[in-house]
Write a new protein. Structure first.
Ligand SMILES: [Zn+2]
Length: 391
């Protein structure tokens, strides 16, 4: 019996050492997630970031701390159906400011790399903002400038909808022949140049391939893909092909991986379609109540957690995307852009922001060094942020 206990302890030892090691490394590293949709989803769900929202959302202020998230770039998003997207974006920005104002001991706004370092040093959760969809500038460079002044530090040139100056992955894939233009127009190139001049990072997630190439050939600063994965592993229009990944690396940019099952696992979309057709009546009834179709699907998925969980891929599938990019272009060009609170299906084991340490654990298990993990979790984004800043 005694011998068995000793043997049991010896077997357990490596696991507890790994646990200690990953927790320590995770806490020490600066963790920056470049995409979280809480500002728009909180409007739909009528909740606030500083409430306790376990079981209701992927994120809240307390769980950010639990998950070791140092800096969150919040997505400022509204769909194309909003009549005044610029005003709507500003209302979401007001909400982020309000959460920080109400919680000065726990949360601060971050506008540049110096603020970022301050937030990390003071162990205060730092909030940054990125606009997800060029339609929110309503075709005006003044609006872009005003958003920068309010603290927006990246803009995704398109969401699923194209603008008058940039075409989206959705439209370039599904309606290519009926588009009035493809890629960036001259004004679209002016938008990219203006972003460079302001110090706002160009985000190429959601853009069509033509827009991607026009933008990367126009920008003079490193870009990001704030929430995209690898097309070769999961051929979805939202993911990046090898030549695009190589171009981002050449530009000095970073691809931040989206956690959505449909972007990491090529078998997921089929399962999700079957789920949606089973629950079509419920989803449609929410859409009739003015919920955006994406959110309606998300809410109904959350209503059936057992069904949803049976469709989810393991965390290792997400790490496969990371490995792929590292093998293709090196460890300097990959980061994390969860899309939490904008997706209904993260991989198993990542229930919300509190589970970020699981990623560090998985990276250690795959043999990544401490230095590499620091780069992946946040170092690479800091490099791009600094390269975009205007001094
Ligand atoms: Zn998105």
């Amino acid at each position: 019996m005694y011998k068995q206990s000793i043997l049991f302890l010896i077997l357990l030892l490596p696991f507890s050492l790994i646990a200690q090691r990953y927790n320590k490394l995770h806490k020490k590293a600066v963790l920056i997630d470049t995409h979280n949709d809480f500002p728009s989803s909180s409007i739909q769900k009528k909740v606030s970031f500083d409430q306790r929202l376990i079981g209701k959302t992927h994120s809240d202020l307390n769980r950010m701390k639990e998950g070791g998230v140092d800096i969150q770039v919040f997505s400022i998003f509204c769909g194309p159906e909003k009549a005044r997207p610029y005003a709507f974006a500003n209302q979401e920005i007001d909400s982020v400011y309000e959460w920080a104002r109400r919680n000065p001991a726990k949360m601060m706004m971050v506008y540049n790399s110096q603020d970022l370092e301050k937030a990390v040093k003071e162990k205060t959760f730092g909030a940054m903002m990125g606009v997800e969809g060029g339609h929110m500038i309503e075709d005006k460079l003044e609006n872009l400038e005003a958003l920068y002044k309010r603290g927006v530090r990246y803009m995704t040139l398109t969401w699923n909808n194209s603008t008058s100056w940039a075409t989206s992955a959705w439209d370039e894939t599904l309606h290519k022949d009926s588009l009035p233009h493809l890629g960036l127009t001259d004004f679209g190139k002016d938008v990219v140049r203006k972003m460079n001049a302001l110090g706002m990072i160009v985000d190429l997630s959601h853009t069509g391939e033509r827009t991607f190439w026009d933008a990367i050939n126009t920008t003079t600063k490193p870009v990001i893909a704030s929430h995209s994965c690898v097309y070769n592993l999961c051929p979805h229009r939202r993911n990046l092909k090898d030549d695009q990944i190589k171009a981002i690396a050449k530009n000095g940019g970073v691809i931040h991986l989206n956690f959505y099952a449909g972007f990491i696992d090529s078998t997921y979309e089929k399962k999700a379609l079957a789920f949606r057709s089973t629950h079509k009546a419920e989803i449609d009834s929410l859409i009739k109540l003015n919920y955006q179709p994406d959110y309606a699907g998300m809410i109904i998925s959350e209503k059936y957690p057992t069904e949803l969980s049976s469709m989810l891929p393991p965390l290792s599938v997400l790490i496969d995307h990371l490995d792929y990019i590292v093998k293709l272009v090196g460890v300097d060009h990959v980061g994390l852009g969860s899309d939490f609170d904008g997706i209904e299906a993260p991989p198993k084991g990542l229930k919300g922001v509190q589970d970020f340490p699981e990623i560090t654990k998985a990276l250690i298990a795959r043999g990544y060094s401490k230095k590499d993990i620091h780069k992946i979790l946040g170092g690479n984004f800091i490099r791009v942020l600094k390269a975009n800043e205007i001094h």
